[in-house]
Design a protein around this ligand. Structure first.
Ligand SMILES: Cc1cc2nc3c(=O)[nH]c(=O)nc-3n(C[C@H](O)[C@H](O)[C@H](O)COP(=O)(O)O)c2cc1C
Length: 229
């Protein structure tokens, strides 16, 4: 029998990360092309990202947090809403990320739109969404996801997969679909990240990428600065 992992030999030339090199397209991002504010600019790029067949989930972003001692952690989360007030995601309020945010509300969101040689990096402060807003979003989730929010004690250590499945099955029996409304778990809800900086990165030739960053001004406006790649 052939070894199914044989092709994963890290010494194979096509798997040498140092030899992996993509050439980024030449079209750049110029100051004159930018929208007045970062949310409108994000909306433009998000629309383009959503139209990209290669981007499975354009709303997937990497949320980085740090605890009160400055220890960082990162994970992928789905963006569920954005407007002038900020960028919203939903999660478990007892998860590691939520505990971090309770100790230290500073957060970074990174959208890795690699097929477009683009990334957007938001930094800002995260605050919980109101319960009404959370409930309104929770009601739009599929029944199974609503049960999942109850079944999972996100980020805690569990004994087995069976424990998780049993918890889900119990909830599914208690709240049959279309019969009983699943209540919003008190330990579940949203965070809205109010941006203080938003950087738009466009990969270009020779590693001379464009990096344009909006920085929030005290009067509510935005300053744009160009960063060296
Ligand atoms: C594509 C993708 C989307 C995800 N979306 C979410 C999400 O919207 N909310 C969430 O809590 N976890 C989401 N997760 C799971 C998180 O990455 C993470 O495992 C979980 O939130 C626990 O993180 P923590 O222990 O650092 O708090 C997603 C994972 C992936 C790969």
């Amino acid at each position: 029998m052939t070894d199914p992992d044989a092709s994963l030999d890290p010494a194979a030339p096509d798997l040498d990360p140092a030899a992996m090199r993509k050439h980024y397209r030449a079209e750049g991002l110029a100051e004159r092309d930018l929208a007045d504010g970062p949310v409108e600019q994000f909306a433009r790029w998000f629309r383009q990202a959503a139209a990209q067949a290669h981007l499975f989930e354009p709303n997937a972003m990497i949320v980085s947090t740090a605890d009160g001692d400055g220890r960082p952690s990162a994970r992928t989360v789905l963006l569920k809403q954005f407007d002038e007030r900020g960028f919203v995601f939903y999660t478990n309020y007892e998860s590691r990320k939520a505990r971090d945010l309770a100790e230290n509300p500073y957060v970074s969101l990174l959208f890795p739109w690699h097929p477009m040689a683009r990334q957007v990096i938001v930094t800002g402060v995260a605050r919980r969404t109101g319960r009404d807003e959370t409930a309104a979003y929770f009601r739009t989730r599929p029944h199974g996801s609503q049960l999942g929010a109850w079944a999972s004690g996100q980020s805690s250590v569990i004994a087995s997969r069976a424990e998780l499945d049993a918890s889900y099955a119990e909830l599914a029996a208690r709240y049959p679909e279309g019969v009983e409304q699943v209540p919003v778990p008190p330990h579940w809800g949203g965070f809205r990240v109010a941006p203080s900086t938003v950087e738009f990165w466009q990969g270009r030739e020779n590693r001379l990428h464009d990096r344009l960053r909006y920085v929030a001004e005290p009067d509510g406006g935005w300053r744009v600065e160009r960063l060296s790649p």
